[in-house]
Write a protein that binds this ligand. Structure first.
Ligand SMILES: C[S@@+](CC[C@H](N)C(=O)[O-])C[C@H]1O[C@@H](n2cnc3c(N)ncnc32)[C@H](O)[C@@H]1O
Length: 320
């Protein structure tokens, strides 16, 4: 995993290192790293071993297990699916906030949304996807931006899809409830889309919530959704994946985006690999899907590469 990956706190800050460590063998680490890659595309290099230890120790304690080997046995058992999801939650961060990386919302306001709103007002269909939406601040920020330009959005064919692999964080997102101290990240003019909800909390107003459909979706598996999308936000998620998984993800987004559609990714991410010719950079970590021959040729070749990867993975007996 890359140095910039926002996993747990630095090893030196890990209080468990000074105590007797529960044995965490190379084999235990390998099992966990392989499962994390197989199920979630999560790329754990040996350099992350101490971080994995400290994060998963909490899971062992919660489950009343004394050995990592017992934990690995649970993960690989027929009942392991639920714990594998909990493992992912423990290993990744859900950090997010309203209007994070504000330059993307400026791009939406000033460039991407006006023609889409015009098209929707003329009867067109507009779809926006927040992929890896965490606790919901990202799709709600998208909804606020949209509503500030198009108050009647709910009556038009404009919708936002918000997905994440973590069902717990999705359940939180769906409530639309946040602590009051998150209010300050929302521009004043958009605070009309939130309302007090008692006990130092606020709730996203129904006008914004009704634009969004939340759903569980693992980005490295099949996507039971149909495009095209005109805007895709997938920010600070691909950072967990290795380069080939990232390259495949960009290509899949390229295939789902309408020509001229926008892709916004995280501050330390970059579209690279075979999908690169499908996009042109249009700002900081923002891309536009290229229409025409170059983009289509790239789409075809990335599709062929994906098919080859799938067939060679099958031959090697790897899930991809
Ligand atoms: C750091 S948060 C990013 C939230 C938001 N996009 C932002 O930038 O503020 C990363 C999110 O990616 C999700 N995630 C990690 N692996 C995933 C996968 N394989 N498929 C879908 N979501 C994944 C995590 O559950 C987490 O909620």
């Amino acid at each position: 995993m890359k140095a910039s990956l926002p996993l747990a706190s630095p090893v030196s800050a890990d209080p468990d290192r000074s105590r007797d460590r529960i044995q965490f063998s190379d084999a235990d680490f390998r099992i966990i790293a392989d499962l994390a890659m197989r199920d979630f595309g999560l790329f754990l290099t040996p350099a992350k071993r101490d971080l994995v230890y400290s994060r998963l120790l909490k899971r062992l304690r919660a489950l009343g297990l004394e050995q990592f080997s017992d934990y690995c046995a649970l993960l690989t058992s027929a009942q392991g699916e639920v714990e594998r999801a909990a493992m992912l939650s423990a290993l990744t961060t859900n950090v997010t906030h309203f209007f994070r990386e504000d330059h993307h919302f400026k791009l939406l306001r000033e460039v991407a949304l006006p023609p889409l709103i015009k098209s929707a007002r003329d009867g067109g269909r507009v779809r926006i996807w927040s992929a890896g939406c965490s606790a919901g601040q990202e799709p709600y920020s998208l909804a606020f931006t949209l509503l500030s330009l198009c108050p009647e959005a709910a009556r038009l064919n404009i919708r936002i899809l918000a997905t994440d692999v973590d069902p717990e964080i999705l359940a939180k997102a769906e409530t639309g409830l946040y602590p009051d101290d998150e209010r300050k990240a929302i521009p004043e003019a958009m605070r009309k889309f939130i309302e007090p909800a008692g006990a130092n909390r606020f709730k996203v107003a129904a006008t914004a919530r009704e634009l969004i459909t939340f759903g569980k979706l693992n980005l490295i598996e099949n996507w039971p959704i149909s495009g095209p999308f005109q805007v895709i936000f997938c920010r600070n998620v691909a950072i967990y994946f290795d380069k080939p998984t990232q390259a495949k993800l960009w290509a899949r987004f390229g295939e789902l985006l309408s020509p001229g559609g926008h892709l916004c990714i995280g501050h330390s991410e970059r579209v690279a690999g075979a999908a690169e010719p499908m996009f042109r950079p249009v700002g900081v970590t923002a891309y536009q899907r290229i229409a025409g021959i170059a983009g289509e040729r790239a789409a075809r070749s990335t599709m062929e590469t994906s098919l080859q990867n799938i067939s060679s993975a099958r031959q090697e007996g790897h899930p991809k």
